[in-house]
Design a protein around this ligand. Structure first.
Ligand SMILES: [Zn+2]
Length: 456
């Protein structure tokens, strides 16, 4: 990109930054007004330029004028991962070509197969502007906004890095804003320790599962590091146990935002870190039951999002595969953006038992708190409805047979004697291709096709 364009983009982002820091504190009516304006605009755009929406609206006898607010988006078909993965061009706007959009790939949270997503250049700059909302919190946690030493331990080819490269090429970031370092996520953990102790980063960015493994491993080996003040994680989960190790043993603040490759930043934690404030003006969120009906605040449902600002690929009413509940009480921080308070993990991380019960993995995390504390990694494999195998990487000083007996006893007492539970010990459990870690593997075909990630 030429220098003039980069200067122009930098001016655009700079001018928007101060506004974006204020929007979370606006009265909710004002935020919803902005949301309604964006809903009407994106629906018009979708109807005229994205084949999927033209067809879907015509089949339902709908016109763009029928969409007046975010609730109306529920009249569109509920999209899932597979539909978009198999037909990306149906959602792509005919108004954009490869010169005016970035093609990036999601790490495939639900299907674990990568999905092509187009982002138009303006939307990517908007995404950088929206990041100001969580950056304000991050800077407060760090105690400084300039001169941060940042370390990224994120898989190569991830959408996060693809978008970051676009920002670097499209804007002029003052070098004194941040010094960035990168360590390959496939590096041996000893190497990561060396890098952290050399770079002494103030903030580290990684996937949740990487932080989970890394801090448990550090605690198990009784190793120390020059602790970053904040460890920012995303993409997948950090267990409560690992969070406690991070905070109490290493004095490191875990901080996270909620995002997806399809939508960018959906929400962010505030200083209280009790849930995610949702950027509903840009990405409206609703929670639905199994039949796609919106559930009430406080009730658990699957997260459905709409991206109101990416025009190169229009994704409205899109099921993310995450389970959560909207808070019924306002956050004391003063932000009026709604709060997703109960985050219950992913729909795929739920065991389905032969008697019809559905048990989310997070329940086992509570039930087996002590046993999982004696483990570095854990995963449940449900190879058939009545067979469950725990794969465990035990801590080095763990009494394996005692650990096995306790896991078996507690699991069986909870899920019943008719289900066969076994425990297998391993040295390392690999992530999936996109670098995410799956705590539950349910489909036997996925077990066979999973490729181990190179590590150690
Ligand atoms: Zn808050």
């Amino acid at each position: 990109m030429n220098l003039f364009k980069r200067l122009l983009n930098t001016g655009y982002v700079g001018a928007r930054a101060a506004l974006e820091r204020r929007i979370p504190f606006w009265p909710i009516e004002r935020i919803e007004r902005l949301q309604r304006h964006r809903v009407r605009s994106i629906v018009r755009h979708a109807y005229t330029t994205a084949p999927f929406y033209r067809d879907a609206m015509e089949q339902r006898g709908l016109k763009p004028g029928d969409f007046r607010c975010a609730d109306d988006l529920a009249r569109l078909p509920l999209l899932d991962d597979l539909t978009v993965r198999n037909n990306p061009e149906l959602f792509a706007s005919t108004r954009y070509s490869d010169q005016s959009r970035l093609t990036a790939y999601t790490s495939g949270s639900t299907s674990h197969v990568q999905k092509k997503i187009y982002w138009d250049h303006t939307a990517l700059l908007d995404l950088l502007c929206y990041s100001e909302r969580h950056r304000a919190v991050l800077n407060a946690l760090l105690g400084r906004g300039w001169g941060q030493r940042q370390l990224f331990i994120i898989p190569q080819g991830s959408m996060t890095l693809a978008i970051r490269s676009f920002w670097d090429a499209a804007t002029l970031t003052p070098p004194q804003l941040a010094r960035r370092h990168f360590v390959p996520v496939s590096s041996p953990l000893e190497e990561v320790v060396r890098e952290i102790n050399t770079i002494k980063p103030e903030v580290v960015f990684s996937y949740g599962s990487f932080a989970d493994l890394f801090f448990r491993w550090l605690a198990d080996r009784r190793l120390t590091i020059a602790p970053p003040r904040v460890w920012m994680y995303g993409a997948d989960m950090l267990s409560d146990d690992a969070r406690e190790i991070m905070e109490k043993q290493f004095g490191c603040i875990p901080y996270t935002t909620y995002q997806a490759g399809e939508t960018g930043r959906i929400g962010f934690q505030c200083e209280r870190r009790r849930g995610f404030h949702l950027n509903v003006d840009a990405v409206p969120v609703r929670l639905v039951d199994e039949n796609g009906r919106t559930v009430r605040p406080g009730e658990v449902g699957e997260v459905v999002v709409s991206n109101l600002y990416n025009r190169a690929m229009v994704l409205l009413n899109y099921r993310l595969g995450d389970l959560g509940a909207l808070s019924t009480i306002p956050c004391p921080c003063g932000r009026s953006l709604p709060l997703l308070a109960g985050f219950e993990g992913r729909c795929t991380e739920v065991l389905q038992l032969p008697d019809g019960r559905k048990v989310p993995y997070v329940m086992f995390e509570v039930l087996l708190k002590n046993e999982l504390h004696d483990s570095i990694q854990a995963q449940m494999v449900q190879s058939s409805p009545a067979r469950i195998c725990w794969r465990i990487v035990p801590a080095s000083n763990a009494d394996r047979e005692k650990l096995r007996a306790q896991i078996l006893a507690k699991s069986s007492s909870f899920i019943g004697p008719k289900i066969q539970v076994t425990v297998e010990f391993a040295e390392h459990i690999p992530s999936t291709g996109g670098g995410k870690f799956r705590r539950v593997i349910r489909d036997s075909t996925l077990v066979q096709t999973e490729q181990p990630e190179p590590r150690n």
